[in-house]
Design a protein around this ligand. Structure first.
Ligand code: TXA
Ligand code: MG
Length: 348
């Protein structure tokens, strides 16, 4: 509601000049401001997680539903005990294996974490991002940083500072430009308060990797399909329409060549397409984007949000997209694409 930030400052986090900006960026957090930060997954919209008033600004800027709790970001595993209790040994094993990196663990929160951050839950998601600049800003700020993905609520996440500015220029205090995110989809969320641990959101760390440490890990139904009336996902945010560009999306699952053929048969002149690189030439003359090579899940992850967002700068009336299977990072990519389509899915 009418926040009066006239200009969003850009802090360039590259090269030797970065040292000067770190302290200034940390100060934005300490003083209760909103700072977009780069991580290896997607950009986050950060504020002091211990300051309820600062955290409320995140919800306001994003237009985020009030019952969708925030993750906190810490620079190393040593900070875990400051904000969590009853930490199971498994959490330390996972941190040892995967931190810093794209794994968020749900743990029991200490009372120092305000209700604004947890939305009243007894638990908190904790993440240690693999980005040295962001880790250093958090260390200098001296407080954990609450940060959801830095995008308008319901829209695709941002994997570059430019994308963040498209959504938030003039409504946040600053953005730290750390270049393009290397993973491209959000962190994998694992609830370690239960036995066996439970996957709540697939993300930048694959289920196969997690199974090496937790072979018996369970998965939440909301990962694979649309929930029925009355079903509740364990991660509150998984119930909302999500990751959606302005134009409606249809996801085409199954064999790549058959899928591209199906789209080619049905696409109208005003419509856009996201396909594997191999099939780009089928769509000459259309607004067309590549998801990378068909067998390259890491590339799909790096590209998925950027290509979805890119259509908002076009006039397309509808987006057709190929949707990969569930191996490796493709589990996260297919989850994002299915949700972006509102589960409007065609199997070929
Ligand atoms: O990679 C990421 O995780 C990015 C970067 C910025 O760190 N952050 C991110 O945050 O994706 P967000 O808020 O967009 O997604 C967090 C998800 C939401 O679905 C939320 O409902 C869920 O985590 N969540 C947060 N706290 C939770 C809790 N205590 N229990 C279960 N789910 C929780
Ligand atoms: Mg998000």
């Amino acid at each position: 509601m009418g926040r009066r930030i006239l200009e969003t400052k850009i802090y360039y986090a590259a090269g030797d000049e970065k040292n000067g900006i770190l302290e200034e960026a940390a100060q934005v957090i300490r003083e209760g401001g909103l700072l977009a930060i780069p991580t290896e997954t997607v950009y986050g919209l950060g504020a002091n997680a211990l300051d309820g008033k600062a955290v409320r600004k995140i919800f306001e800027a994003k237009g985020r539903p009030q019952d969708n709790p925030l993750l906190i970001h810490i620079p190393d595993v040593l900070w875990l005990e400051k904000y969590c209790v009853d930490i199971p040994p498994l959490a330390y094993r996972l941190a040892e294996a995967f931190w810093p990196g794209p794994l968020t663990m749900i743990l029991k929160a200490k009372p120092c974490i305000p209700n604004e951050t947890t939305c009243g839950l007894k638990t908190i998601g904790v993440r240690c991002p693999d980005n040295e600049v962001t880790a250093e800003i958090i260390r200098l700020a001296g407080v954990p940083v609450a940060a959801p993905s830095a995008n308008r609520s319901g829209h695709p996440s941002c994997t570059s500072a430019e994308a963040v500015l498209d959504d938030f220029f003039g409504s946040i205090d600053g953005v730290v430009d750390g270049g393009v995110c290397q993973v491209g989809v959000e962190s994998t969320i694992l609830d370690v308060t239960c036995v066996p641990a439970r996957l709540l959101r697939p993300g930048g760390l694959s289920l196969e990797e997690i199974r090496k440490i937790v072979p018996e890990v369970e998965t939440d139904a909301s990962i694979y399909r649309q929930l029925q009336e009355g079903e509740q996902p364990k991660a509150p945010g998984m119930k909302y329409r999500h990751y959606a560009p302005e134009a409606p999306v249809t996801a085409v699952l199954g064999d790549g060549l058959a899928g591209a053929g199906y789209i080619k048969e049905h696409i109208k002149a005003s419509e856009g397409v996201i396909c594997y690189e191999e099939y780009l030439e089928l769509f000459t003359g259309y607004e067309c984007r590549s998801l990378g090579k068909e067998g390259d899940p890491k590339e799909h992850a790096r590209k998925v949000f950027e290509v979805l967002r890119s259509f908002d700068k076009t006039e397309v009336s509808h987006i057709w997209t190929q949707c990969p299977g569930e191996e490796g990072l493709d589990l996260a990519v297919s989850n994002r694409i299915k949700k972006a389509s509102g589960f409007h899915i065609i199997n070929v």
